[in-house]
Design a binder for this molecule. Structure first.
Ligand code: ADP
Ligand code: MG
Length: 242
């Protein structure tokens, strides 16, 4: 579903993605883990074409990522992205936040988009909040709305970039539960997270990145209990102490 083939990217002198090769099958859930600054967000942004790459190829569902214009908007509709900050439109209701993309980009009729939005909001547990504004919701609720908004576009892949790291601890689980449900329904997912519980429950594979490289790839169980590289051992030593 997603193929990265010898992908390289520089920010000036910084070689932020170094010969990345990664192949993600339909329905696969891949957790990307690694120290801050290792290129995890850049990798997600490259898959969504929010960042250009300098070298190599990325394809989605067999098609190379488009450069610009209408096809690029189409690609963005097919790759759902959920960030650390929820990025909801403050002056639109929850329902409007979720229907905006389907109406504008997918050209759905308002009533169809609203029906589907309500289903999705119910599914992520915030159906009662549809007519409220983002500021009236908790962080965990807003992040679940952000997930519903991405799903409303019927994406082929969902990218999550540290979706729970801005949340208070008691709200992390409600967001992870929605993500686990999505994984169980067969969504293809790339998830940057340090939540080991999620990785163990939902991921097929853990990809460990450090300094722009994929250093190690393994099943969650193997990765967490038996990391191979010194960098992975060092990293896990640090996050496990917390
Ligand atoms: N737009 C940018 N311009 C210059 N450097 C950047 C930019 N975005 C990220 N970087 C740098 O690239 C490296 C990788 O960043 P990032 O992909 O955000 O890492 P991670 O998500 O793993 O913390 C960092 O050193 C960061 O400072
Ligand atoms: Mg990041």
């Amino acid at each position: 579903m997603v193929e990265l083939d010898h992908v390289n990217k520089w920010f000036g002198d910084l070689h932020v993605l170094q010969d990345i090769n990664l192949s993600i099958k339909q329905g696969e859930v891949v957790v990307v883990i690694g120290p801050s600054g290792s290129g995890k967000s850049t990798l997600c942004r490259a898959i969504n074409r929010l960042e250009t790459i300098n070298d190599g190829h990325i394809s989605l569902d067999g098609q190379p990522l488009p450069e610009e214009g209408k096809q690029l908007a189409q690609l963005r509709a097919e790759v759902g992205m959920v960030f650390q900050s929820f990025n909801l439109f403050a002056h639109k209701t929850i329902l409007e936040n979720v229907t905006l993309g389907p109406i504008r980009v997918r050209k759905q009729k308002k009533e169809d988009a609203e029906r589907r939005a309500k289903e999705l909001l119910d599914r992520v547990g915030v159906g009662q909040q549809a007519n409220k504004y983002p500021a009236q919701l908790s962080g965990g609720q807003q992040q679940r709305v952000a997930i519903a908004r991405a799903l409303a576009m019927d994406p082929k892949v969902m990218l999550f970039d540290e979706p729970t790291s801005a949340l208070d601890p008691e709200m992390i689980k409600e967001v992870l539960d929605v993500m686990v449900d999505l994984a169980e329904r067969g969504m293809t997912m790339v998830v940057v997270t340090h939540e080991m519980g999620f990785a163990r429950t939902a991921a097929n594979r853990v990809v460990f990145m450090a300094e722009g490289q994929i250093v190690e790839e393994n099943t969650p169980e193997e990765f967490f209990t038996n990391p191979q590289s010194d960098r992975a051992k060092d990293f896990l030593g640090k996050i496990l102490k917390h």
